[in-house]
Design a protein around this ligand. Sequence first.
Ligand code: CTP
Ligand code: ZN
Length: 151
Amino acid sequence: MKQLTISKIKEGTVIDHINAGKALLVLKILGIHPNSMETVSMAMNVPSKKMGKKDIVKVEGKFINEEQLNKIALIAPNATINLIKDYEIQKKFKVVLPEFIEGIIRCPNKNCISNSNEPITPKFHVWFDKEVIAKCHYCNKKVKEISVYIY
Ligand code: CTP
Ligand code: ZN
């Protein structure tokens, strides 16, 4: 009855329990795009007991570092990471929301110095209060719908 939506991988990084519909944003956060050479498979809107529906991303042949993976928590705070070697799970962990994030999100405030012509990377203080909230380091503007401001 339970069928496998996408194949198991021999080696690499599996990002599971991604909030439904956010898989493409996960790839963006990880800097994976059509010109990068990774072999990627993904499933969107897969039925899940815990989440109702979820997305899954599998990046073959690559162990993505933990700091980069934790940035996924901005849009998928329940994501679990599985590092795979020889088809076996070597390590499984939940992403941890970073307290501070540089880049990734742009500030919604048009007048913010991070949106000016100055070469200033956006910086945000991040915490969880029912949902993930980011506050601009420069203008204090709070971002609630973070997905919209990922660049
Ligand atoms: N996986 C994979 N390739 C492997 C082993 C596992 O792609 N060689 C994937 C599975 O398809 C699943 C994830 O890694 O999406 C976690 O695998 P597993 O722990 O076996 O599944 P669950 O028990 O359902 O995971 P959890 O307890 O985290 O819900
Ligand atoms: Zn700002």
